[in-house]
Unconditional design. Structure first.
Length: 405
């Protein structure tokens, strides 16, 4: 459960609001506390927070609200959640606070309740967070939806669990494995096996070699009796161009992958796209790319992902193209797409892109650029990986210099 805690520190930590601001002396007081924290004087900082948080204030004091919230965040950062609850609850009782501040406070309070095992209050508080967010058109974080989904699933309220996990997944910019697993479990409990099949396929695409996910998908296929008879029917319909539903193409393509027939899988998806039964979207082109990668048809895998880069500006697809081109020994193309990914703001796995660029430059004997990229990788903490390559460059240049004498 503690994996939700870091989100608290993402919440609004400003000491002013767009609608309301703290007074100058309170600002200076909080600055003084922060200066003590920066110097490592935790006791001095906490004394300031404690004294002002426990002083007497008006029920409508925004200054007190900010002090209570700031002290609570301080306590949370040192895993003192029970103490933090006291001050978060006091802050929540303040009257006429700006909606955004109350919105963020409820998000934090709901998480702390949940981490502390108080599911009922966590649910109540996070539902209030959703209500305030929807009313004021504020940014509802998918992590909050995911906690609500988890609580409802633990209480076996599957309808509400499905509602909130769907909201979490649909509003997330990245694939979150735990959430997909929860959605799979919910669909299975509700005996919605076609929906469970779809999410199990997403999990297999995310981790193609994960035995558990492959077995989950196989189990769902067995439950809906998608075996040889059904396969033969779909194959016949495919040959006659009688497949009319996108789900039929996707199920047949995934079943071929499950059976270890990636070439047949790619042909099914290509036909569905050609006939425009399948949308030319990210999900379908990703599935097509995965089939080609498994079939070791790297050129077509790249072609499919290039289509994706025309639909979305997410740099992960350019990065993936770079990886495929490196694997396919097309180093100039790999360099091109790694640089595109970097220009688009790729920042996952710091240093990995620079390491791969360094290797590509080594492969084409561009040691100058290789050094530059490997040194960048070292700046990101990749010393162990980069130093052997730098040693290789030095050794190779030394041998070549000796041979030319």
């Amino acid at each position: 459960m503690k994996r939700f805690l870091p989100l608290i520190l993402i919440a609004s930590f400003s000491i002013s609001s767009a609608e309301q601001a703290i007074t100058q002396w309170v600002y200076n007081t909080l600055e003084r506390a922060q200066a003590n924290l920066d110097k490592g004087n935790l006791e001095a900082a906490e004394r300031i927070y404690y004294d002002y948080a426990n002083d007497t204030w008006s029920s409508r004091s925004y200054d007190h609200f900010v002090i209570l919230r700031t002290y609570a965040y301080f306590l949370i950062s040192y895993d003192r959640n029970e103490e933090a609850l006291k001050y978060l609850k006091q802050a929540s009782l303040k009257r006429d606070m700006p909606p955004y501040d109350i919105f963020e406070l409820n998000f934090t309070l709901g998480q702390v309740y949940y981490v502390n095992g108080d599911r009922e209050n966590a649910k109540k508080t996070l539902l209030k967070w959703v209500e305030i967010g929807e009313k004021n058109k504020l940014d509802l974080k998918p992590e909050g939806y995911a906690i609500l989904a988890t609580i409802y699933a633990q209480d076996e309220e599957w309808g509400n669990a499905l509602k909130f996990i769907t909201l979490a997944i649909d509003n997330s910019y990245k694939f979150v494995e735990d959430w997909a697993q929860l959605k799979f479990a919910i669909h299975t409990e509700r005996k919605e096996y076609l929906d469970a099949l779809e999410i199990s396929q997403d999990l297999v695409r995310y981790k193609p070699k994960n035995k558990q996910y492959i077995e989950q998908m196989a189990g769902i296929y067995n439950i809906i009796k998608f075996e040889e008879e059904s396969l033969a029917t779909l194959e016949f319909k495919l040959q006659q161009d009688l497949l009319k539903k996108p789900s039929e193409y996707i199920n047949l393509a995934n079943f071929y992958l499950y059976k270890g027939l990636p070439v047949d899988s790619s042909k099914v998806i290509e036909r569905g796209l050609k006939l425009k039964v399948l949308d030319n979207n990210i999900k379908n082109n990703e599935l097509l790319s995965n089939a080609y990668i498994i079939a070791k048809d790297f050129d077509n895998a790249v072609r499919s992902l290039i289509k994706v880069t025309k639909i979305t500006n997410d740099p992960k697809y350019d990065y993936r193209i770079g990886q495929i081109q490196l694997q396919n020994s097309k180093y100039d193309q790999a360099i091109k797409y790694f640089n595109i990914a970097r220009d688009k703001g790729w920042n996952r796995k710091p240093g990995s892109l620079e390491m791969l660029l360094g290797v590509c430059y080594i492969e084409i004997d561009d040691f100058k650029n290789a050094r530059l990229e490997l040194k960048k990788a070292i700046d990101f903490g990749k010393e162990k990986e980069a130093n052997p390559w730098l040693s290789y460059i030095e050794s190779t240049e030394g041998l070549r210099a000796a041979a030319s004498r």
